[in-house]
Structure formats: C-alpha cells, structure tokens
Write a protein that binds this ligand. Structure first.
Ligand code: FAD
Length: 334
C-alpha cells in the first residue's frame, strides 16, 4: 500500500470520566498548524461512552471533524478495547499523522496501536514540523540523556505517530463559531473481545492542582540543602498563588515526590512565573521549564548555568533571599 493513500492529521482526544484532557486540546493546536501546512483536515478521535457532547468542544479548539466511537465497552479505558478500536479506524480511514498525549494512558495506548498498524512511534516529542520537500513529519525529541536533540522521521510507513507531553504545545483560543462535522463510527466490539474486567477504580489522593497547570511555580533545587527548607518555599508559593516544584536532585533525595519534578524525566511546565531557588540549571531540568514566561533565579554561584536562561537573576543565599521576598510580598499586600 502506498503511503500516499494516507491523508489527514489526527489527534487522539483523551477523556477521563467525561473530561477532555488539556494535552489533547494542546495537540489540536499543533495539529491545526500541521494540517494547514499540509492542506489537509484535522480530525479528533473521541472514544468513550456517552461522550458525544464533548465532540463540539474539540471543534471549538481547532478540529475540522470528530470521529466519535461510543460503546458501553469503552466506558473506562482498557488497553485491549481502545487498541482494537483505534487500530480498526486507522486501517479503514488511513490517516497520515496521529498525535497522542504522553500521559499514562497515551504511553500505554500509542505503542500498542503503532505495533498493530505496523508503523513507527516517536515518544515525548518537543517539536513537530513538516519537511518542506518530502512532507514527512519531523519529530524532534531529546536523546542521549538530553545532551542532543534528535529529529526522527518515519519515511516508509504510515501513519506517522508521535506522543507529546502535557504543556509542550499551545492550545488555540476556544472559538464557538467554529463549525465541524461529527462522524459516528461503530466500535465493532463484542463482549467476547474484552478479557479484562475493571472491578474498581481507586483514585490516588493528589494535590488539587498539577504543576503543569500552575501559573506560578516556586522550584527548589539541591541548593535548598534540606527537606525542612521546602516549608519556606511553600510559604513563598502561597504568597504568589502558586505551587512548589523541584529538580530531580531533590526528588532523588526524598525531599519531594516525583509528581512535582520538572524536567526531562519529570514534567514539562510553562508557567507565567518560574522561580528557581538553588537550582543549577542542568540541561535535563531546563528542557522542562525553558518555555516559562518569566524566569527568576536565585543562586549563590554567579556562574550557575540557570543565570544564562533567567530573565531576572539574584545572586545570593536562598536562606536569606527567600525569607526577605516573603516579608516583602506580605508588606505589599497589607
Ligand atoms: P545541583 O546541580 O546540585 O545544583 C544546586 C545549585 O544550588 C547550585 O547551582 C548551587 O550553586 C546552588 N546553591 C547551593 N547552595 C545554595 C544556597 N544556599 N543558596 C543559593 N544557591 C545555592 N534533573 C531535573 O531537574 N529534572 C529531570 O527531569 C532530570 N532528568 C534527568 C535525566 C537524565 C537521563 C539525567 C542523566 C539527569 C537528569 N536530571 C534531571 C539531573 C540533572 O542532570 C541534574 O543533576 C539536576 O537537575 C541537578 O539538580 P539541582 O539543580 O537541584 O542540583
């Protein structure tokens, strides 16, 4: 089969308990750009049970059409059912490109689907572009421990599949004027297809807001010296209406849980303000926060690499600078 038969850019619209995940809206933003460059359609693929009313949201965020597959058997995510349905639609409709969020669900689904449809998958992409000449998708991601950026192509197979972490791409403005088509597609699933039964879903107790969603992040590094000193960061974050995050060094030291780690093996964040406190600015950390709007760094070493990136740099001891900042913010509020 010729790869030329494959047309269109697809975004897998991940929903959990009836809520579309932010990363899918971000991917619609990137997908819109790619589809416009290729002069093709942007399609969102929505699987679930009673999820129809979410389809128009996907159009408001950039999709030209939504392939909607509703079935009781798709009510909760099961690798087997979702893989079967996705592979079936892909084989029938032959898209050129498929983007999925690099979430727990996307990381489970994308490799299985790519194997079923015999194509390649590039995980955790940070840049996606179309090659002007060949029209292949150029999928760029950090490689070799973040020391180089590798651009990967999938020239002989289709679809070209890529996962992208939350917070990397930018969603479009929601526009209720946008019109699009909703195409209902049969799941083709039978009860016998399901070998796994979900008996209970137990949600882990989590902080209400995720660091990827915070507008202000106060991030601590090894320079904070000990776990107890993170209480000062909590106070500062509270004053600024933000959350505390950290480098891998502090996670490895057991001062913070992994959910709050920023960087290549942690979360990619894009807050309005990123305050780096005692963080050196290693490439693997910077990869996860360099797109922040305003970066303020506090470090006692004037040659720390974080200062090359920071918009505002404070050379000083975190144990002195942070309490002064908190006092200053409190006095401004009064
Ligand atoms: P350090 O590098 O030890 O820096 C501490 C900084 O604090 C220094 O600049 C020092 O000058 C300053 N300091 C010390 N005392 C004070 C003080 N009193 N006041 C002010 N400043 C002070 N790292 C991540 O963060 N995220 C990742 O996702 C990640 N993924 C990785 C993946 C791979 C494959 C590898 C190999 C590494 C990864 N790392 C990651 C680790 C990364 O290379 C660095 O080791 C790590 O980011 C360093 O953390 P840090 O800046 O907190 O500590």
């Amino acid at each position: 089969m010729s790869i030329l038969e494959h047309k269109g850019v697809w975004v897998f619209a991940e929903q959990r308990a009836g809520e579309i995940q932010k990363v899918s809206l971000e991917l619609l933003g990137k997908g819109r750009e790619l589809a416009d460059t290729l002069g093709t359609k942007l399609t969102a693929v929505l699987l679930g049970n009673n999820v129809k009313e979410m389809a128009s949201e996907l159009i408001y965020y950039g999709a030209d059409e939504v392939i909607l597959v509703e079935d009781e058997l798709l009510d909760v995510y099961i690798t087997e059912t979702y893989t079967k349905v996705m592979s079936k639609i892909i084989k029938e409709k032959k898209p050129d490109i498929i983007l999925m969020g690099a979430t727990a669900l996307g990381r489970d689904l994308a490799p299985r689907v790519s194997a079923r449809v015999h194509t390649g998958l590039t995980a955790d992409c940070t840049t996606l572009e179309i090659d002007e000449e060949s029209k292949h998708l150029l999928m760029t991601r950090p490689a070799f421990g973040g020391n180089i950026m590798a651009t990967i192509i999938c020239p002989d197979h289709r679809p070209q599949m890529s996962t992208v972490r939350p917070g990397v791409m930018i969603k479009q403005e929601r526009n209720e004027e946008r019109q699009g088509e909703i195409i209902e597609f049969p799941s083709g699933l039978a009860k016998e297809d399901v070998n796994v039964e979900v008996i209970e879903i137990v949600k882990e107790e989590k902080q209400k807001m995720k660091i990827e969603e915070a507008e202000v992040l106060v991030s601590g590094g090894r320079g904070m010296r000990k776990k107890e000193n993170f209480q000062t960061l909590e106070l500062l974050a509270k004053e600024l209406g933000g959350l505390v995050s950290g480098s891998r060094a502090v996670v490895d030291a057991g001062w913070m849980d992994r959910e709050h780690q920023v960087g290549q093996t942690g979360k990619t964040v894009r807050p309005n303000l990123y305050l780096a406190c005692g963080v050196s600015g290693a490439i693997q950390h910077v990869t996860g926060m360099e797109e922040s709007d305003l970066i303020v760094a506090i470090n006692k070493n004037p040659s720390a690499p974080i200062f090359e990136l920071a918009d505002v740099g404070i050379v000083g001891d975190v144990e002195k600078v942070i309490p002064s900042l908190i006092d200053e913010l409190k006095s401004v509020k009064v």
